[in-house]
Structures are given as structure tokens and as C-alpha cells.
Design a protein around this ligand. Structure first.
Ligand SMILES: NC(=O)c1ccc[n+]([C@@H]2O[C@H](COP(=O)([O-])OP(=O)(O)OC[C@H]3O[C@@H](n4cnc5c(N)ncnc54)[C@H](OP(=O)(O)O)[C@@H]3O)[C@@H](O)[C@H]2O)c1
Length: 296
């Protein structure tokens, strides 16, 4: 995992047709013109996105969809091997010279978040999108039995980690020329309504809505747009229990319908592709038949 000053870009060339990786300032990436180089050469610059939690699930699906939509994508998460696997999978998207950089990062650590965004600025000179996605459900436990450390572990990732990444992205977007960019926070339907035994997850996802609204307001003078996607039951590691049986509000266990993470990713790409003058403030995407709306 990266420590301050040791952020390492990881070579992700897995597809024989891709250009050889290029190394700059210690970061190794797949080759494509940087936005700066593209501007100088007259080519349309690729937009640059950071995706946190990119080593699995929704983050991986969004990275894949962004690269397919011609974005340069920086993959962040704690597990270097998982990021490399995402990069390998994304490398198979059949377009010209995708640029991918992996930066192992623990979003709960301010030094590592600083190092991530410094690496982005050093390599690409700008940032157009943060998909603020890293998150954890934490331990499902009756409220009175939840240990302080279990509460804290969820708050550190879902709230403090999301804040640190948003703040670093905000600073980058405010300071760059042309100014501006977009932050898309990954909330949840738990930002609206809890599941049983999920107080830390529910509280942090409600807090994400406050983060989104404050970022939206404070971003206005600087062309920084902020929106939130609230997902229900995309099939990922986090939702394995939906497919085996999960506690319902009435005390029963039930298997719940899930949807493909790729359908979430398409929504994120749509939100990301809008001009900065337009913003999807909140989008809810859920498995159509899951027990959320109404009484089941
Ligand atoms: N799946 C759903 O139906 C659903 C519904 C609502 C909301 N969401 C939200 O979607 C996001 C992604 O979840 P998922 O379903 O794709 O589950 P997942 O596969 O478990 O993904 C969670 C990701 O977060 C990363 N992460 C966790 N702690 C981190 C840390 N300290 N620093 C950096 N990265 C960290 C993990 O990577 P490392 O372990 O490598 O760090 C992992 O890639 C979460 O915010 C979740 O709350 C999902």
C-alpha cells in the first residue's frame, strides 16, 4: 500500500495491441497523450477521472465503462493486486490506447489521499471527475452490540475517506485551468432508509448526502459540480448476502433481487458526460423488484 511519497503507478499493459507502458516521475501508465500533450498536438484531450474502490464491484464496472467512453482513469483502492486486475480487464476494451494508472491508496489516510491526487496532477495536469466510491458495509450487529471500533471503521472509510478524496479533488479542480470538474459521490438507498442492524452504514450514507449538498454549494463559484448516485442491490461482494438471504424489517430472512453493476456504471458515465453547466444532483438506481418501495 502506498505511503506518503511512495505512490507507485503500476504498469497495466495486458493487451498486446496496446502501446508499451511509459514511465514518468516514478509512475508507470499505459500510454496515451496527456491532456496537456493532446492540447499542444491539437487532438481532443481525454478527460481524466479518479475512481476509488476501483479494485472490485461498482468501482471496477465504472472504470471499465469510463475507459470505454474514452476517459483516462486512475484506479485507487488499498489492494494493488485488485487494481492491477481491474486494469487488466479494462485493458481489453477495444479502443485506441486507453490510459490507466493504478495508485494503491487507503482513503482513510490523509497522506495517501494527498499522494494520490499529487500523482494525478503530476501525470495528467488536471482532473475532470472523481467517482467517490470506496466504501464498506461494516459489521451487521444489533445497535446495542456494535463495538466502537466497528462503528469507527465504517465512519473512517465511508465518511472521512469520502471527505478527504472530495477535498483533494475540489482543491485540484479549483486550481486548474480551465477551472472546474465533477464529483460523483456513491451514496446508497441507505442514504434514505435503513436496513436492520446497519446504523454505521446508514448514518454514513445519510452523511454522504450532506457531503454532496455542501460540495454542490461550495463548488458553484469554481465550476465544480457534485452529484450523488444512490444504488440498491447491485451484484457485488458487498451484496452477497442479498443472494443468500438477508434480514428484513419484519424480522424474516429473504433473498433479494440484484442487478448488474454494469447498469450502475452506465448511469455514472451519463452523469459524468454532462457539460459542467448541467448536473444530475441525485440518481437512484436499484434492482427493480427489491423490497424498498412501498411495503415490500
Ligand atoms: N452493491 C450495492 O448494491 C451498493 C448499494 C449501495 C451503495 N453501494 C456503494 O458502492 C460502493 C462500492 O461498493 P461495492 O458494492 O462495489 O462493494 P465492494 O466490491 O466491496 O467495493 C468496495 C470497494 O471499496 C474499497 N475500499 C474499502 N475500504 C477502502 C479504503 N480504506 N481505502 C480505499 N478503498 C477502500 C475496496 O477496495 P480495497 O479493499 O482494495 O481497499 C473495494 O474495492 C460502496 O461505497 C457502497 O456503499 C453499493
Amino acid at each position: 500500500m502506498a505511503r506518503a511519497g511512495q505512490v507507485a503507478g503500476t504498469a497495466t499493459a495486458a493487451r498486446p495491441t496496446l502501446p508499451a507502458p511509459a514511465t514518468r516521475g516514478g509512475h508507470t501508465t499505459q500510454t496515451a497523450p496527456t491532456p496537456q500533450e493532446a492540447r499542444e498536438g491539437g487532438a481532443a484531450p481525454r478527460k481524466v477521472a479518479v475512481v476509488t474502490g476501483a479494485g472490485s464491484g461498482i468501482g471496477r464496472a465504472v472504470a471499465h465503462a469510463l475507459v470505454a467512453a474514452n476517459w483516462t482513469v486512475v484506479l485507487a483502492g488499498r489492494r494493488a493486486e485488485a487494481l492491477a486486475e481491474t486494469a487488466r480487464l479494462v485493458g481489453h476494451v477495444d479502443i485506441e490506447a486507453p490510459t490507466i494508472m493504478t495508485v494503491p491508496t487507503d482513503v482513510t489516510r490523509p497522506d495517501e489521499v494527498d499522494a494520490l491526487f499529487t500523482a494525478v496532477r503530476d501525470r495528467f495536469s488536471r482532473l475532470d471527475l472523481l467517482f467517490n466510491n470506496a466504501g464498506t458495509f461494516g459489521k451487521a450487529a444489533p445497535l446495542d452490540e456494535l463495538a466502537y471500533d466497528d462503528w469507527r471503521a465504517v465512519v473512517d472509510v465511508n465518511l472521512t475517506g469520502a471527505f478527504l478524496c472530495a477535498q483533494a479533488a475540489f482543491r485540484t479542480m479549483k486550481g486548474q485551468d480551465p477551472q472546474g470538474g465533477r464529483i460523483i459521490n456513491n451514496g446508497s438507498i441507505s442514504a434514505h432508509t435503513p436496513r436492520p442492524h446497519s446504523i454505521a452504514y446508514t448514518a454514513t450514507k445519510h452523511a454522504m448526502t450532506g457531503l454532496t449538498k455542501s460540495l454542490s454549494l461550495d463548488g458553484r463559484p469554481y465550476q465544480i459540480a457534485c452529484g450523488q448516485i444512490d444504488i440498491g442491490n447491485a451484484a457485488t461482494d458487498m451484496t452477497g448476502r442479498m443472494q443468500t438471504g438477508i434480514l428484513q424489517a419484519n424480522g424474516q430472512m429473504a433473498v433479494e433481487p440484484v442487478m448488474d453493476a454494469a447498469d450502475v456504471a452506465r448511469t455514472v458515465v451519463h452523469m459524468a458526460a454532462l457539460p459542467l453547466a448541467a448536473n444530475v444532483q441525485f440518481a437512484t438506481v436499484l434492482a427493480t423488484n427489491m423490497p424498498y418501495i412501498g411495503r415490500g
